[in-house]
Design a binder for this molecule. Sequence first.
Ligand SMILES: *Cc1c(COP(=O)(O)O)cnc(C)c1O
Length: 387
Amino acid sequence: MIQVFRIMANMFKRFPQPIYVTRPFLPPIADYTKGLERVWASAHLTNHGPVLRQFEAALREYLRTENVALFANGTLALQIALRALDIKGDVITTPFTFAATTHALVWNGNRPVFADIEPDFYTLDPAAVEAAITPQTEAILAVHVFGFPCRLDELAAIAGRYKLRLIYDAAHAFGVTVDGQAIGAFGDVSMFSLHATKVFHAIEGGLLMFHDFRLRECLDLLKDFGIASETEVVLPGLNAKMNEFEALMGLLQLDHVPAIIEHRRRFDAIYREQLADVPGLRIPDLPSRNVQYNHAYFPLEIVAGEFGMSRDELVERLQEYNVFARRYFYPLVPDYACYRELETKDPLVVGRRVADRIVCLPIYDSLAPEDAGTIADLIRSFSRGSH
Ligand SMILES: *Cc1c(COP(=O)(O)O)cnc(C)c1O
C-alpha cells in the first residue's frame, strides 16, 4: 500500500502551464471593444465619465444602497475613508492581512495597534481588540480576511461601548452577504478592492460603501484634489479617480459575479471533499448558513508534525509540479521591515501560529475541475499517510 502511493506520487505530471493562486476573470472581449467604442465617441476618458456613472448606478442596485463611491484603487479608498472620518489617533487593526491595510493607516498619520486574530476564520478577535483599547484609540480597522465575515456583532458592540469608529477592509469580500445584506452594510465604512486579483475586479479600483450619506461630499472632494468649483479648492485632496476603461471592465463584470462565485464554490467543494481525511490539514469551515460566501480564497493550515512536511516544503514541492500556492498571510504585517520597530503589546499568539501554517490553494473561475482534483491528489500524495 505504502509503495503504491509512492509510485502514484511519481506518476503525477508537471502541469504544462503554471497554475497560480488566482487568474483574473475576463468578460468576452467583444463586449469590451463595444464599450470602448462608446468611450472613443465620448472622448471622456476619466473624471466621473458616463461609464463610471453607469457603473456606480449598477453597484448601487447590486449593493442596495445609495452610498457607494468609486476610486482608483482600494488602498487610496481606504486612506480617503480614514481622512473623511477624521480619524487622527490610534487604530486597532489585524496583523493578518495584506500590507495595504496597515499602510493606509500610516499614510493617514494613524498609529496602528495590532491585536490578535481568532483561530476559526482568522479575523480580529474581539477580546483582543477590547484589551488593546486605550484613551488614544479612535477606531477599529478590521479585515474580512479571505472573505470570511468578521465577528460583526461583537465588534459593533465594542465600537459602540467605547465610541470608536468601525471600518472594514472588505478587499476580499465583494459578493459576500450576511442575513441577505451586503457585507459592506456593516460598520461606518467598508472598502472593497477591485484589483485584478480579487473575485470581482475593474483591472484596478476601489469601492467604498458607507453608512452616513453626508460622507459623500467629502469623499468626492478627497478623490479629486479637493476641487469644489472652477475657482475653489477647499481641501488638500488626492487624485484617486477611477477612469472609464476600468469602470467599463467593472460594469461588464458585475453581471458575471454570481457565475464567478458559483464556479469558485465548486472548486472549494472539490478541495474540501478530497482533502477532508488527509492528516495534518486544518481547513476552516464554511461560514454559517446566514452567510453567503464568495469563495475568494481556499486557505488551509498545515500542521507539519501530522502532515509529515512543513508548509514551506509543501509550497516548494507543489512548485515542482508548476502549482503556485501562496503563503497568505505570511509574514504577519508587524514582522515586515517597515513595521518591526512598532511597539506591539499583544504577543499575537494565534496570528503567528496561523502565519506559519497557512497556505492558499489556486481557486478561480477558469480553473479546470480535474486540475483542482489533481492538486488535491498531489497534496495527499505528499502527506505522511501515503509514504
Ligand atoms: C488587495 C488588498 C488591498 C488593497 O487593494 P488595492 O485595490 O490593490 O489597492 C487592501 N487590503 C487587502 C486585505 C487586500 O487584499
